[in-house]
Write a protein that binds this ligand. Structure first.
Ligand code: ATP
Ligand code: MG
Length: 585
């Protein structure tokens, strides 16, 4: 590997003196002890919905605001813990009244609104499994996932139902209940009006299903960045990781105002857009509208958001619009900013420090891990470009594999596969119906992530690339992230995606796809200038041979650049599964 960008950016010193430091947290937290303690208090039962709402009500916090929903237009709607508890009781009662058995799967195809929260919490209260889908999916990705998950119930809207489900509904006789949120005068046959059903349901204060820690709670499909999406099964025990990471990593407390911008169709939207804030008792903002920079800054300012969790793709869009837009708002309440989903370029961390007075704290995890695994905490120094250190209770290592033997690499700054010691509570238990794909992820007591990383001498982890994306050129192993970060330093570059193309001499050569910031036009001169910058920073062997300009780069709906698609298109190969492509199927 080339030297990382680590040395080129200053270390940002721990900025919150009240945050416990890293070593203290690591010494304090034992996730299995936390789980045992919680189980002892709950008489051996565990149900996320109990922890998220009912528990607050029983402890006298029912009247506190849990969520402020911000509709795309119109006034905000506030819900207390008691409101959510009652609403989800009613949802659970609907499932029971329709004979939906314990363990059945309830799918949603919904935006972020009250119906989603009622449905997910109510599903858990009834002892069922919830599977949220991106509402932007077309009919085929919806059908495929609902088939894999053996859907019994679907909660969606009339529009989505007509467009994405109605044509194939007959093929799925097991789908016995379809609830439509948002009303409509003339709902299609075989569906029920959700609000009317909730109104009639009763069931308030009913006992929550007696689930245990190993009962399935969520079926979450991966983003499909590298291929066909996998349905990861998560259990109720995961809640201890959400609670701990909210406290220790996001530094989230009852007095905060929290905002997670992720869609529930990917795992951040459920783990940190639903579970973590509710179990932490921290009031949250839920924006029902699509991304809009001016709106986002207005929300941060007007709602006084203190802890903000978003993704690199959104941060890059804000950067593209420039600093003046941000400076027009008073964002002084912001206390902690976090990012997940893709590598966060050091440029973005430094930008945020300059514009918000706080760095974005990158953290790394996957659908499979259920919660944050490697992170920059409030209580530690931030090295821009690094994912940070393992969260308390999690053992992470860069490993080498020989057959079934997995060995942690002890030499710092050596790249290898990122692995986690298996068995933490929010670890996925399996890919649904895919035992072979599941088995491939585990060896020698480790979970192998499929990502490549390096660990430096201070114990910070650096993302190198997805194993599938790494480029081998003239004996060098090149991580796309490193090259993309260097390209982004150039003032004209808004976004970059880097792939390897076959080359008879070098094995592979690097090609970059770049979109430009407003005010810059693609030209030979711009290309030469960017290539020159890359060569100077990276050396000839690693710098791109060529750059192609694009208005936008292909990305998943969760915002990840799909390098495999850039490559397939470049080489004229089949595109593979594109069901999660933004603006695609
Ligand atoms: P699939 O497994 O279907 O190809 P996916 O891996 O993109 O899709 P997710 O589980 O949503 O699905 O994403 C997890 C992946 O996202 C990680 O394995 C990693 O490659 C990337 N990722 C997440 N956070 C970070 C981060 N902070 N830095 C670098 N990469 C990250
Ligand atoms: Mg993955």
């Amino acid at each position: 590997m080339q030297a990382t960008t680590a040395g080129d950016f200053p270390i940002l010193r721990k900025d919150d003196p009240s945050a416990p430091d890293y070593d203290t947290l690591r010494a304090e937290v034992d996730l299995h002890r936390e789980l045992d303690g919680l189980l002892a208090m709950r008489g051996g039962r565990l149900n996320i919905a109990y922890e998220a709402v009912r528990h607050h009500v029983e402890d006298g916090r029912g009247d506190r605001r849990a969520i402020r929903f911000l509709p795309a237009s119109g006034p905000p709607r506030d819900f207390t813990y008691s409101d959510l508890d009652r609403l989800s009781d009613r949802f659970a009662a609907i499932l029971r009244a329709h004979g939906i058995a314990h363990g059945s799967t309830v799918f949603s195809l919904l935006g972020r609104g009250p119906a989603l929260y009622a449905a997910i919490l109510g599903t858990w209260k009834a002892g069922c499994v919830f599977s949220p889908l991106f509402s932007a999916f077309g009919p085929e990705p919806v059908r495929a996932r609902m088939t894999i998950g053996d859907a019994r119930v679907l909660v969606t809207t009339e529009t989505f139902y007509r467009r994405k489900v109605m044509t194939w509904r007959d093929e799925m006789p097991g789908l016995s209940l379809v609830l439509l949120a948002g009303g409509g005068d003339d709902l299609p046959a075989g569906t029920l009006d959700l609000e009317a059903a909730l109104e009639d349901a009763g069931g308030e204060g009913a006992e929550i299903a007696a689930t245990g820690p190993e009962d399935p709670a969520l079926l979450h499909f991966t983003s499909g960045t590298t291929g066909k999406p996998k349905g990861a099964v998560h259990v109720h025990a995961a809640v201890v990781v959400h609670r701990m990471t909210a406290r220790a990593v996001l530094n989230l407390h009852g007095a905060d105002t929290y905002w997670c911008t992720a869609d529930p169709g990917w795992v951040t939207g459920t783990s940190y857009g639903i579970v973590a804030p509710l179990v932490s008792g921290a009031p949250m903002i839920v924006d029902e509208a699509e991304f809009d920079a001016e709106r986002w800054y207005t929300i941060l300012e007007r709602e006084g958001v203190t802890v903000w969790y978003t993704a690199p793709t959104a941060i890059r869009m804000l950067m593209k619009l420039g600093e003046d837009v941000a400076r027009g708002h008073d964002l002084s309440r912001l206390r902690f900013l976090a990012s997940v989903g893709e590598p966060l370029n050091p440029e973005a961390v430094v930008w945020s420090q300059r514009v918000f007075g706080k760095p974005f704290h990158d953290n790394w995890w996957q659908t499979e891990t259920g919660g944050i695994m490697i992170a920059n905490y409030a209580g530690m120094d931030v090295k821009p470009g690094s994912m940070g250190k393992p969260v308390p209770g999690i053992e992470a290592a860069v490993v080498s594999r020989e057959g079934e033997r997995v060995t942690p690499v002890t030499t710092p700054d050596t790249s290898g596969e990122l692995a986690l010691k298996a068995g933490w509570p929010s670890m996925f238990r399996r890919y649904l119906n895919e035992p072979e794909r599941t088995a491939k992820c585990f060896a020698d007591g480790w979970y192998l992530t499929g990502d490549l990383a390096m660990r430096d001498g201070d114990g910070y982890f650096w993302f190198v690339g997805r194993a599938d994306d790494v480029i081998k050129s003239s004996g060098h192993l090149i991580g796309p992230f490193e090259v993309e970060s260097i390209l982004m330093e150039h003032p004209a570059v808004a976004e970059a995606g880097v792939i390897g193309l076959p080359d008879p001499v070098a094995g592979e050569v690097v090609k970059a796809f770049v979109s430009l910031k407003p005010g810059h036009e693609p030209s030979e001169e711009t290309k030469r200038d960017i290539l020159g910058h890359a060569r100077k920073r990276l050396g000839r062997a690693v710098a791109p041979r060529d750059i192609a300009f694009r208005d936008t780069l292909p990305r998943t709906r969760s915002g990840k650049i799909m390098r495999r698609l850039l490559k397939a298109r470049e080489l004229g190969l089949p595109e593979g599964d594109t069901s999660t492509l933004e603006g695609g199927a």
